[in-house]
Design a protein around this ligand. Structure first.
Ligand SMILES: CC(C)(COP(=O)(O)OP(=O)(O)OC[C@H]1O[C@@H](n2cnc3c(N)ncnc32)[C@H](O)[C@@H]1OP(=O)(O)O)[C@@H](O)C(=O)NCCC(=O)NCCS
Length: 146
């Protein structure tokens, strides 16, 4: 498996196969995992201060094979290469799979749960949400699972 930043010339191919919900969000980049020449998962890194890992997604047929872990690591390396000392994220309290993933990758709780209700536009489409989010953080440079 290879993880690399989404290149302009790959956009059409990847967009047809993966739900790049944050594509129109400025100030960040997508990392894409490739297997056998096909995109199988993605993660969005928002270059805020601190940076935030968002929209981690793996195609169902490719789950439980370390793809999201590799995407998370790649996001950490990308953030560290830009001199950030931590990476943050939020996750739905009911998303047990994602919580297990991030805790295993070394993320720890920094706040929440906080209820978020409202609506937004995702790729031009209205999206209503009502979620309880926990906030996680990982100091960059710490070993996985520390
Ligand atoms: C959550 C998600 C990104 C995990 O992707 P993945 O590539 O399967 O994750 P990994 O293979 O790297 O898993 C690493 C570890 O996380 C934990 N984990 C991952 N999926 C899990 C699940 N369904 N149930 C329990 N633990 C899980 C396990 O500890 C796993 O290690 P193991 O397989 O050796 O037991 C994927 O299920 C997905 O795309 N879900 C839908 C989108 C989503 O919820 N994204 C997260 C938004 S915050």
């Amino acid at each position: 498996m290879i993880v690399r930043a989404l290149a302009d010339e790959e956009l059409e191919h990847v967009d047809a196969r993966l739900p790049l919900h944050r594509l129109e969000q400025s100030g960040g980049l997508y990392l894409v995992a490739w297997e056998a020449g096909e995109p199988v998962g993605h993660a969005h890194l928002a270059l805020t201060d601190p940076p935030e890992l968002q929209d981690v997604y793996v195609l169902p047929a490719h789950r439980r094979r370390g793809v999201a872990t590799a995407l998370t690591r790649a996001a950490e390396q990308e953030a560290a290469s830009r001199s950030f000392d931590r990476l943050t994220l939020s996750v739905d309290v009911e998303n047990d799979a994602a919580q297990a993933l991030y805790r295993r990758c070394g993320y720890r709780e920094r706040g929440g749960p906080v209820r978020h209700r409202g609506s937004t536009l995702l790729r031009g489409e209205p999206f209503a949400f009502d979620v309880l989010l926990v906030y996680l953080v990982k100091p960059l440079g710490s070993p996985p699972g520390a």
